[in-house]
Design a protein around this ligand. Structure first.
Ligand SMILES: *Cc1c(COP(=O)(O)O)cnc(C)c1O
Length: 369
């Protein structure tokens, strides 16, 4: 059944612009399908195997090796695979990294920043370093205006705001340990891991399926967790046990491993970044041609992953979504509090899909004004 549906998908050319869980590469889907009932001649599915067994241990080790290579993670940093999503990390970060301090600094750049700040207030005083969404166009404020508190345990930022379409285009330069939620732009471009104390990402946008959460953390930060931290959220324990403290999301590990191989085959993160820049430009160019489509983010901070825009009326938005769906462009509705359109164009979205959307946007505008 699966094989037929993938082929049908290709024939009718469905493009899925969902923000997450998001589209997976066809090549990865095909490999999963082939492996599913019988992993490499074992007669068992990957889903049925012990997480302590030889086959799965190899996958877990390979996943770590490939991740380290793709992201150029230095030896000073552990790579951990945990559960609980990015949301779990909203709690795990203060629990593990406060280390006796009572304050932490946070950039407020949109919805996800606000969610993580709210969770952190359970554990410490939260200082807002800067606010990117006070007025439109949304813009990450200039470094000179940042209110950094030297007594804070760390500084947190959300590298890409999945809902508002605001993205940091450089790594903030600060002396506090730098913590980043990279759930929606991890693996979309090379990153300077060394500048970070901790990076976390839920897998379901750019590196697999939901159920796996990646944490890259510098060794010196993990050894004084708050004594009431649940063991399942302790970085030191996950580092010691190579992420196998308990039964992990085994199938999710396997899918992420396939994603790493796929990204490597595409030429690594420099090559992937070039494609992502080309894809985003296709859409922002259409938006900037006139006032029909409105994007409300300062050009330098526009997201390469989530292109958000409004149409002149709700009626037109509704019609846009209906007509897009008819030609196979799916899941373009904006987040419920933002409205409008959101096109999520993660690594696995083919360039043809974005070209099709750009063409549709031009056609729709021409027939609507
Ligand atoms: C999707 C997303 C989250 C939430 O991830 P969960 O796995 O649902 O907890 C958090 N932060 C960002 C930036 C996201 O894109």
């Amino acid at each position: 059944v699966g094989e037929v549906s993938i082929k049908e998908n290709q024939m009718s050319k469905i493009y899925n612009f969902c923000a997450g869980p998001a589209v997976l590469p066809t090549e990865v889907m095909t490999e999963i399908q082939q492996d599913l009932p019988n992993w490499h001649g074992t007669g068992m599915s990957m889903m049925e195997m012990s997480h302590r067994g030889k086959e799965f241990s190899e996958i877990a080790a390979n996943l770590e090796t490939e991740t380290r290579e793709l992201l150029k993670v230095p030896k000073t940093h552990h790579i951990l695979f945990m559960q609980g999503g990015a949301t779990g990390q909203f709690s795990a970060v203060p629990m593990n990294l406060l280390r006796g301090k009572t304050q932490a600094d946070y950039f407020n750049t949109g919805h996800w920043s606000q969610m993580t700040m709210k969770e952190a207030t359970i554990y410490c005083q939260v200082n807002e370093v800067a606010n990117a969404t006070k007025e439109k166009p949304y813009c990450i404020p200039d470094e000179k205006t940042w209110k950094i508190n030297p007594d804070s345990a760390y500084l947190h930022y959300t590298s890409n705001e999945t809902i508002y379409g605001v993205q940091f285009n450089t790594t903030p330069n600060v002396s506090l340990p730098l913590v980043a939620d990279m759930s929606s732009d991890i693996f979309s471009r090379p990153i300077d891991v060394e500048k970070h104390g901790l990076i976390y990402a839920a897998a379901q946008k750019n590196m697999g399926i939901s159920g796996v959460t990646m944490v890259i953390v510098r060794d010196d930060l993990i050894h004084e967790p708050w004594e009431k931290t649940p063991t399942i959220l302790r970085y030191d324990i996950f580092a010691e046990k190579a992420s196998l403290y308990h039964t992990p999301c085994t199938f999710g590990f396997y899918v992420s491993y396939l994603m790493m191989k796929w990204m490597k085959n595409r030429g690594g993160l420099e090559a992937i970044q070039q494609v992502n820049e080309r894809k985003a430009k296709l859409l922002y160019d259409v938006i900037d041609e006139d006032d029909f489509y409105q994007n409300f983010v300062f050009p330098e901070h526009r997201s390469l992953m989530n292109v958000v825009f409004l149409l002149p009326s709700e009626e037109l938005t509704k019609r846009f979504l209906e007509e897009a769906k008819k030609i196979g462009l799916l899941n373009l509705e904006g987040y419920r509090t933002v409205g409008g359109i959101r096109a999520s164009i993660y690594n696995a979205m083919p360039e043809e899909g974005v070209t099709r959307l750009a063409q549709f946007m031009r056609d729709f505008r021409r027939t609507s004004i």
